[in-house]
Ligand binder design. Structure first.
Ligand SMILES: Cc1cc2nc3c(=O)[nH]c(=O)nc-3n(C[C@H](O)[C@H](O)[C@H](O)COP(=O)(O)O)c2cc1C
Length: 187
């Protein structure tokens, strides 16, 4: 209807001023995450980057998602290879997290890879997920890559590296059963 106030229409919120980016960054930094290194291979060359924007998506089929900035080299590498690995870092792997958060050549120098895989699987990862890219969905200045998990494994009894308020940390409460599987109940 012409001239109608549109508060109740879908998209009305788009007319609100955008939230301040610095405020958003500060608030979202309070959402603690694990830390992963996303890897792939293009023309026989490994590529990879540190990523915390990773989530489990679906069980049937088994899907996960990773969000990657469109201007990164790893974004291009994933588009070209159509496959990737999510390597979950353990609490002692801060150096690996920092290394893969830099945009530079030679990130893989001296990084131990598991030779049993075609794709670069970090030998020190506490868990890894090998995925085929099923879909790439644009999301602002990032893409959401949806991966179908074809293979995964974990090392029992290991604790994850944690990212919180722009710092790396650990789960260090010895009384919490952080390593007990499903201790808050499965979904
Ligand atoms: C803890 C941490 C988490 C990060 N998570 C993401 C992420 O989820 N998505 C993203 O696009 N960049 C993320 N980054 C930034 C990339 O790791 C960084 O831009 C990296 O240099 C990209 O490598 P490339 O330029 O070789 O592709 C993160 C950085 C850190 C330190």
């Amino acid at each position: 209807m012409a001239g109608r106030a549109n508060e109740d229409q879908p998209g009305a919120s788009r007319q609100k001023p955008a939230v301040d980016e610095a405020a958003y960054r500060e608030a979202i930094a309070h959402f603690a995450t694990g830390v992963t290194v996303i890897t792939t291979n293009v023309d026989g060359e490994p590529a990879g980057m540190t990523a915390s924007a990773v989530a489990s998506l679906s069980l049937a089929p088994v899907l996960l998602l990773v969000c990657i900035s469109t201007h990164l080299r790893t974004h291009e590498a994933l588009e070209n290879s159509g496959r990737f690995v999510v390597n979950v870092l353990g609490e002692e792997h801060e150096e690996l997290a920092r290394r893969f958060a830099r945009s530079q050549e030679g990130k893989f120098a001296e990084v131990r890879l598991d030779p049993s895989y075609e794709l670069p699987v970090l030998a020190d990862a506490i868990a890894h997920f090998i995925c085929d890219v099923k879909e790439r969905i644009p999301g602002g200045d990032h893409s959401i890559f949806i991966g179908q998990v074809t293979e995964c494994t974990h090392v029992p009894g290991r604790k994850p590296l944690v990212y919180f308020k722009s710092s790396f940390g650990r789960i260090d409460d010895p009384d919490r059963a952080a390593l007990e599987p499903y201790n808050i109940g499965a979904w």
